[in-house]
Design a protein around this ligand. Structure first.
Ligand code: NAI
Length: 291
């Protein structure tokens, strides 16, 4: 896919991974609309595009606010004509720890942004992409935690499995069009997720008392050097652009998760009943596209 001159609309684009994707899109000749809920972060982000003379526009947007999302889409089209690439990247973390200890407020907050926010993007922007007929792509930032779970972050992983599922289904729905869909599933990347999640959390969804994360268990040794483990937003941004170009269904970052992915898929395959196939059933399932 030739991205030169095309327009990308990136939610949560003012920080971390979204900003890395926005920079990569700009470097590959795209015009960039950076949408984010935090105005200060938008102002800070815009500096880089101005300094480097890249065409970019920032829009303050909370992806859970549907009327505001419609207006943001109109504003993006007024600025750059058409939107070709939608990056549903805005996301938050909430309710870490054992799942049953998370609050209903944690659930409502994280589901609202991480799942409903992504659907809002699909519902509001995708029809505009399909309508102009020039082709395009939808990428949603799920996570490695949307393919294999991480302990003590059940709410987060649940939302990220949903995002991966949405993109897999969307890719099937879009077959035969010139619009593609990808689930972006990064491992650890340097970002401001903890800080910005607290900042964007509406007052009505804040917990009465915020639990502090538990201290590391005694004898667990020194903390790892995060800078060595976390990838940079710029690096993962380039991987996203490459994935869009190739039309990849999944965009992954860390080869270290290969074994975990194999183990999960093997567990699923082991659960497939070891019984003879019912040919009639198989044919019917095929007609419904479930095979
Ligand atoms: P970040 O905090 O640096 O960036 C997220 C941005 O989204 C922030 O600027 C924030 O203001 C914005 N945002 C939050 N809620 C919003 C809303 N309702 N409407 C509009 N904007 C909103 O964090 P990061 O890590 O770059 O997060 C980006 C995405 O990557 C998230 O979906 C996150 O779940 C996902 N992710 C992050 C990983 C990491 O290691 N940093 C790993 C896997 C996935």
């Amino acid at each position: 896919e030739n991205l030169q001159g095309k327009v990308a609309f990136i939610t949560g684009g003012a920080s971390g991974i979204g900003l890395g994707i926005a920079k990569a899109c700009a470097k590959h000749g795209m015009k960039v609309v950076v949408a984010d809920a935090r105005q200060e972060a938008l102002d800070e982000a815009l500096k880089w595009f101005k300094e480097n003379n890249y065409p970019a526009r920032t829009i303050k947007l909370d992806v859970t606010d549907r009327p505001a999302y419609e207006r943001a889409a109109d504003e993006a089209e007024a600025a750059f004509g058409k939107i070709h690439v939608l990056i549903n990247n805005a996301g938050v973390a909430a309710g870490s720890g054992p799942m049953q200890e998370a609050s209903f407020k944690d659930w409502d907050f994280i589901v609202g942004v991480n799942i409903t926010g992504v659907f809002n993007g699909i519902k509001i922007i995708l029809p505009r992409i399909l309508k102009h007929g020039e082709g395009g792509h939808v990428v949603s930032t799920a996570s490695k935690g949307g393919l294999i779970t991480v302990g003590m972050s059940g709410l987060y992983c649940t939302t990220k499995y949903a995002v991966a599922g949405m993109m897999e289904t969307l890719a099937t729905d879009l077959q035969g069009t010139n619009v593609g869909a990808s689930a972006f599933c990064p491992g650890p990347v340097t970002s401001n997720l903890g800080f910005s999640s607290a900042q964007v959390r509406p007052a009505g969804l804040k917990n009465d008392s915020e639990k502090l994360p538990p201290p590391p268990p005694p004898g667990s040794g020194p903390m790892p050097d995060w800078s060595k483990i976390f990838m940079s937003p710029e690096e993962v941004g380039e991987r996203v652009v490459r994935g869009i170009r190739r039309g990849d269904l999944f965009i992954l970052t860390h080869p270290e998760f290969r074994e975990g992915l194999i183990a999960r898929n093997e567990a699923i395959l082991r659960a497939v009943p070891d019984e003879p196939l019912n040919v009639e059933r198989k044919n019917v399932l095929k007609t419904f596209g479930s095979l």
